[in-house]
Design a protein around this ligand. Structure first.
Ligand code: ATP
Ligand code: MG
Length: 560
């Protein structure tokens, strides 16, 4: 890990400063507060790693708080998915909390504010209220309902709660200051009427509290010490504090809000709303489509929790928004899978090789190392026979000296097996090569200890025995968007940049031992990349997802 990773991020500096100023360490408490209106994405992973990372660093509890104040967009399915994603990332929360559990407390506090003359029912349309808001340079105009009596406000607010009024007829507003320089302080909404069933409170409520009113008070109820959110809430901090001022008991922990920059990833979108659009328009096959930047999509793609956590750590926490290149995420998954993924052989774009001097009908089981990075991974046996598949790209009839793969008259080593020499090839009527005839050197068997087995030839190819090959569906993914930053164009919709070739499905031929591979198992297909077994697999037919191609170091070094 880099030096930067060892040093404290600016949020940790804030906590350190509080501790240095006498803040009791045992009062530290953090929370991760998703709204259950979609699946978590890689941007959320940053926030999860930040909050749970603070919990680990200071041995402090971290709550998982569902910010569920909008029944129109929220669902139990999302709650369940969020819980399993946080768990999968490897974190444990202290308390599973819901803002909806605080609806009664929030309502009681709202009544208190009305009684103190600090909140009122406004009966204008939202358009009328918007007109009175003013601009950053012009003060707003007071609502004609601003000076309603406490009694009238209480009666109307109770009526709102009982369902006496239609949606849009009344709202509850905080009575702050219509000429405040911060426009969010110009009598912000606290409640609206919404005749919608909620996934937890069902039809108990037909008024729902707004985010600003809910968030800080929920932090206070849970006694969260540091409430960390993304930068767009910086201007909300004043209101967060104002709402806290109304209810806070000085003997209790007063939460403080601090902001950090949202993380954006290149060639994708990190917004639940936009991801939902992709799902609803069938641009992808659901929230966990391996092309999605969701945690569940990355999991299905073959990412490990470690690789995502390492990515988040490396990227760190910033004060300013920026775009992180997706290749950094890919770097981290390669780095981790290189250590843990067993090596296997599979051919994705096959051409047949016939070894003319190898006995017909013979099969040899050759020893193959499972992972050169991990001695404990042991070895397995792979079948070798007279007919093999290699990759089409690994053969050329003629090539210059820098082509270290197979060419007519040239030799290569077959990984874990023999040295072969290409003697001739057959073609179809269109001139496409259909078969390569080779001879092998019987004394060159890998690991046999003979002089020939140690003989160096420049190229090493992967291969699969034709009669033993296991065919499988292989899904090759590319970036979902052709543009680096698809949702930042003023005149274009992000959907205009969808990559039409983001998924290619082919049939691959794999070594037969893979027939017992389990869903979620990860492998390195040698020289090709990392692959994982998709849940769409059935007992008769495996489906593999390519997590990420291998940086083809063999080819690169050999082609120099
Ligand atoms: P989205 O726009 O995707 O819905 P959101 O901020 O509305 O994002 P929430 O469910 O409210 O989603 O987010 C939960 C927490 O995750 C919040 O603290 C939020 O600030 C943080 N978060 C969301 N997106 C990012 C991101 N791209 N980078 C860092 N943190 C994020
Ligand atoms: Mg949100």
């Amino acid at each position: 890990m880099s030096e930067g990773n060892k040093s404290l991020n600016f949020i940790e500096h804030i906590v350190e400063e509080d501790l240095a100023n006498g803040y009791p360490k045992k009062q530290l408490r953090f929370r991760f507060p998703p709204e259950p209106n979609g699946y978590l994405h890689i941007g959320h992973a940053s926030s999860i790693c930040l909050n749970f990372g603070l919990g680990l660093r200071y041995n402090a509890p971290v709550n998982l708080r569902f910010d569920d104040t909008n029944p129109v967009k929220e669902e139990k399915e999302y709650v369940d998915a969020i819980k399993s994603d946080v768990e999968w990332l490897g974190y444990e929360w202290d308390i599973e909390c819901y803002a909806s559990d605080y609806f009664q407390q929030l309502y009681d506090w709202a009544i208190l504010l009305i009684k103190q003359g600090k909140a009122y029912v406004d009966s204008q349309t939202s358009e009328e209220m918007a007109k009175q808001k003013g601009t950053p340079t012009e003060p707003g105009v007071n609502s004609p309902f601003r000076d309603r009596s406490v009694e009238e406000n209480l009666e109307l607010f109770q009526g709102m709660k009982q369902g006496d009024f239609p949606e849009g007829s009344h709202v509850l507003r905080a009575k702050i200051d219509m000429s405040a320089s911060n426009m969010l302080m110009r009598d912000p909404l606290m409640y609206r009427v919404l005749h919608k069933a909620h996934h937890r409170t069902d039809t108990d409520w037909c008024i729902y509290p707004m985010y600003d009113w809910t968030h800080g008070e929920s932090d206070y109820i849970e006694q969260v010490s540091h409430s960390l959110c993304t930068l767009e809430f910086a201007s909300h901090r004043e209101l967060y504090d104002w709402f806290l001022d109304q209810v806070v008991d000085p003997k209790k922990v007063r939460p403080k809000q601090r902001e950090f920059a949202r993380r954006n990833l290149s060639h994708t979108v990190v917004s639940k709303r936009k991801l939902l659009q992709l799902v609803e328009n069938n641009m992808v096959n659901g929230w966990d489509d391996p092309r999605m930047p969701t945690i569940s999509g990355l999991r299905r793609r073959g990412y490990t929790p470690e690789s995502i956590r390492n990515f988040a750590d490396t990227v760190g926490i910033a004060k300013r928004e920026n775009l992180v290149d997706v290749s950094l995420l890919e770097f981290h998954v390669r780095e981790h899978l290189n250590k843990i993924a067993p090596r296997v052989m599979g051919v994705l774009n096959p051409i047949k090789v016939v070894i003319t001097n190898y006995p017909e009908g013979n099969t040899e089981w050759l020893k193959a190392e499972n992972n050169p990075e991990d001695e404990a991974a042991g070895s397995r046996e792979v079948p070798f026979s007279r007919e093999l598949y290699i990759e089409q790209e690994d053969f050329k009839e003629e090539a210059n000296r820098k082509f270290f793969r197979l060419k007519l008259g040239g030799e290569v080593r077959l990984k874990n097996a023999y040295i072969i020499k290409a003697e001739s090839c057959s073609k179809d009527a269109q001139g496409n090569i259909t078969e390569i005839q080779c001879t092998y050197d019987p004394k060159s068997k890998s690991g046999s200890g003979t002089e020939e087995s140690l003989r160096k030839v420049k190229g090493t190819l992967h291969w699969v025995s034709v009669p033993h090959a296991l065919s499988a569906e292989v899904r090759l993914y590319d970036r979902l968007f052709t543009d680096e930053s698809p949702d930042t164009h003023k005149d274009k919709d992000f959907m205009d940049f969808i990559n039409p070739d983001s998924l290619r499905i082919i049939t691959g031929f794999l070594e037969p031992g893979l027939k017992d591979a389990k869903i979620g198992e990860r492998f390195q297909f040698q020289r090709l990349g990392y692959f994982t077994v998709d849940p769409d697999s059935t007992p008769g037919k495996l489906v593999f997802n390519r997590t990420v191609p291998l940086r083809d170091t063999w080819a690169k070094i050999q082609e120099k």
